[in-house]
Design a protein around this ligand. Structure first.
Ligand code: SF4
Length: 352
């Protein structure tokens, strides 16, 4: 098993994860998009399975060189809503604060794949961070700050503690949320010191963990998540619907139940964004809706995420799950018809 993070096609070849014939194309992929496969995830891959769902997420593929005309370098429109470096202010009551462009693993479907990687500036400069915090300080409508990236939990506890303390000192910021894949990709980073750094007095820190397959929830990953939950941080999960990874009822059901068993509330099931070179990993929306419909009948409400699409161009997220409600009739004879989880329809009376 690899003991180092794999970053080059030749490393992946030496680990038996790609064939020699693939190397020239993979060099071209790596020249454009960052690659990092840490030991915790490399160990999960079954190299004898050409369709391994872990490999599909993290091992580069020549298909990434095939770009579609509708794919976008900035698919969710971060840049259009960035008033100062490091801040994305898309909705009135919350901002993203992007502290770093580095991640512990580079997901092949990443919506920020043109912006993340070690060859990008490693972190906000001290001046840029001060300007970003000043922006938050001078916009009292900002209720929630979401630390994202890159992955904020690749930063040292010392740096994180300083940012968390600065946010704690801003009265109108009531909630801090951290988006991360570190508990899955590099669980040993979730040390007691790091956990302490994320806690701030009087304000909740929510942690949204990115998980796409139940196999990612190893014993070490579960222990890392438990350390965060035990420290009083509510945990959420973000999952990206991916072709050949989790686009089946069985795989999603197993993942969503495992998350709840780990005290992680499934939050969003994201329709994969139009990131360049990711068509081979996207599903269609009808597939996602069918899966959501099947899961509603089958799983506890605790296990149900909201299926969402980030509208290309920076217009924000919209729920795109199946619709259970229809209206019929006009002029006083309006009726509502609602569908149950078996697909049977029932009339609901109008308001008296
Ligand atoms: S961890 Fe998040 S930001 Fe980093 S590559 Fe994966 S999806 Fe992108």
């Amino acid at each position: 098993m690899a003991s180092m993070t794999l970053r080059k096609p030749r490393d992946l070849y030496a680990a038996g994860l790609v064939g020699s014939a693939e190397l020239p194309a993979l060099e071209s992929v790596c020249a454009r998009y960052a690659v990092a496969l840490p030991p915790a995830l490399a160990a999960l891959i079954d190299a004898s399975d050409a369709n391994d769902p872990i490999a599909r997420q993290f091992v580069p593929d020549a298909a990434e060189l095939e770009h579609q005309p509708h794919e976008l370098a900035d698919p969710i429109g971060d840049d259009a809503h960035s008033p100062v470096e490091g801040i994305v202010h898309r909705y009135p009551d919350r901002v993203l604060l992007k502290l770093t462009h580095v991640c512990a693993v580079y997901c092949r479907f990443c919506f920020r794949r043109e912006m993340v990687g070690p060859d990008k500036p490693n972190a906000l400069s001290a001046e840029a961070l001060a300007a970003a915090l000043e922006y938050i300080r001078t916009h009292p409508a900002i209720w929630e700050v979401i630390l994202t990236g890159g992955d904020p939990l690749v930063l040292s506890p010392r740096r994180l503690r300083a940012v968390m303390q600065a946010l704690a000192d801003i009265d109108h910021v009531k909630v801090v949320r951290i988006h991360t894949r570190v508990p899955i990709a590099d669980p040993k980073r979730i040390t007691p010191e790091l956990v302490r750094a994320l806690k701030i007095k009087g304000k909740p820190t929510y942690v949204a963990v990115h998980v796409n397959h139940a196999r990612e929830l190893t014993a070490k990953a579960r222990a890392a998540c438990a350390a965060l939950a035990d420290a009083g941080m509510p945990l959420l999960a973000q999952t990206v619907l991916l072709s050949g990874v989790n686009d089946s009822e069985e795989v999603l059901a197993e993942l969503l139940r495992a998350l709840v068993e780990c005290r992680i509330k499934p939050y969003y099931l994201h329709h994969a964004d139009l990131a360049p070179g990711t068509a081979h990993l996207r599903t269609d929306i009808a597939t996602g809706q069918e899966l959501m419909r099947a899961l509603r009948g089958r799983l506890s409400g605790l296990c149900q995420p909201t299926y969402v699409l980030d509208i290309p161009g920076g217009h924000g997220k919209s729920p795109i799950g199946p619709n259970y409600l229809a209206r019929t009739g006009t002029n006083g004879s309006e009726r509502v018809v609602i569908e149950d989880y078996n697909g049977q329809r029932h009339a609901y009376p109008p308001r008296a």
